[in-house]
Design a protein around this ligand. Sequence first.
Ligand SMILES: Cc1cc2nc3c(=O)[nH]c(=O)nc-3n(C[C@H](O)[C@H](O)[C@H](O)COP(=O)(O)OP(=O)(O)OC[C@H]3O[C@@H](n4cnc5c(N)ncnc54)[C@H](O)[C@@H]3O)c2cc1C
Length: 476
Amino acid sequence: MDIQHSTDETLDADVIIVGGGVTGCAMATALADGKRKILILEARTGHKPRFAGELLHPTGTQVLDDLGFLPTLRKHGGVDVDGFAVVKSPTIPVTRLPYGEIERQRPTGFAMEHRDLVNGMREWTEKQPGVRFLFNEKVEEVMRNAQGRVCGVRTAQKVLRANLVLGCDGRHSKIRPLLGLSEEARLLSFSVAMRFPDGAKHLPCPTFGHIFLGAWGPMLIYPIGGHNGSRDARGCFDVTRELSGGPKGASELIRREYAPHLPPPLAKALLESLDREPPQIAANEAIRTAKAVLPGAAIVGDAGGCAHPLTAAGMTVCFTDAQRIGKLLASAGNFSNAAQVDAALRRYEIERYRFVRVRELLADALYEVFRGAEPGTRAIREGIFRYWEGSKTARARSMALLSGANSNPGVFLREYLTVVGNSTTAVIAGETGPVRGESATMRERLDSFVGLGQKSWEKARMVLRDVRQELARASA
Ligand SMILES: Cc1cc2nc3c(=O)[nH]c(=O)nc-3n(C[C@H](O)[C@H](O)[C@H](O)COP(=O)(O)OP(=O)(O)OC[C@H]3O[C@@H](n4cnc5c(N)ncnc54)[C@H](O)[C@@H]3O)c2cc1C
């Protein structure tokens, strides 16, 4: 629908933010300067409980701190997290990857239950001057003026106009196709999630996020705090996309094929949780976009794409996106200068994809390695443990990539190839049999060598593709 260019008097807000989830809240707070009129349109009425992001790296946590969210979130039960711990099997010592080993970076991440996180973020955002929420307002159309510039949205009830529209409406964004921005989407697997009341004490390192290996897919278990000082934990189990039977089928699968790979106290907490309530199920998707802005509009956070949640990088991308736009538009007043706004949005697009591409590469590579479904990736899994156990510098480099402190694709490739080098040593030592602990046969070693070569070539090609695309974008 075309509408005429709006004058300031006809505007409903300076900026319309579509979606009042974690990204929408961070976005509004990052733009709130006391003078701007900021309208958040949220499709739902309340916050329907659903399982989504809870574990946040230091880079994302720092943004929440900068924007003033943390005291409110702590009040809602959020807790600090000190790093990651990877557990190959209950009988092998834990490999710890503390955030504190990364230089010049906040030493802690943060975690809390997703519903509490959204509620806490909304509570703080509503207090920001000039910010207004409208619930039960599902955006159905994007409005453009005679010049084709985005100038508002239409919901079922009303047409609303603004100088700028920001789509913060999640991975299944409606704004993305309405703006004509394309995506590549793949369903990877499902996450089956449950809560362990007061369960953090059963974790080998109670203030760390844990990745347990040994089952079909990795098992992520981390503290999420809780109310009245309780230290709950969340279990998030990666299962095949062929999962059938809904929550009951998922529950049986987890009991049978995942619980035996956990240390006994955690396995017990898991079984008790499954006895108490059915697990929640969420799809794990990889959604890749190549463009995030148009004149007068941008997509932000998951609307711009997402990766497998194993690396817990989703919200770090959401919050850095929001902070980046906030800074780039800091001097843009009420966004009435279209040329200034569009130049800032183009800069946002360049900077966001530089940050996002390494997160996507890493999520893809670590998921493959921790699943270890093929000889090459099984070999890399052995190599990565050797690498991390070898030195603090190695751990810090990996964690800098994981946590968002480093976004250099060259560093990712160098690290990957270093791990492949360690993996080759593991193959020579015969440590990469199909069942860990068993020696590999000659045939398996040969398959591992071939797989290592294939994986290295594949990752080098992916890095080259991304670097080429980002250079082209920057010089356009
Ligand atoms: C299983 C799973 C586990 C995850 N674990 C982690 C983790 O540990 N750490 C991490 O950092 N990330 C994790 N993530 C990713 C994280 O959940 C997302 O990055 C984050 O929730 C995205 O927030 P968002 O606000 O962009 O989107 P959403 O959370 O999807 O919110 C979008 C909002 O927009 C509203 N909306 C949608 N359409 C419209 C419309 N047309 N009009 C108006 N409003 C609309 C929705 O109602 C919703 O409130 C996980 C994701 C999954 C699926």
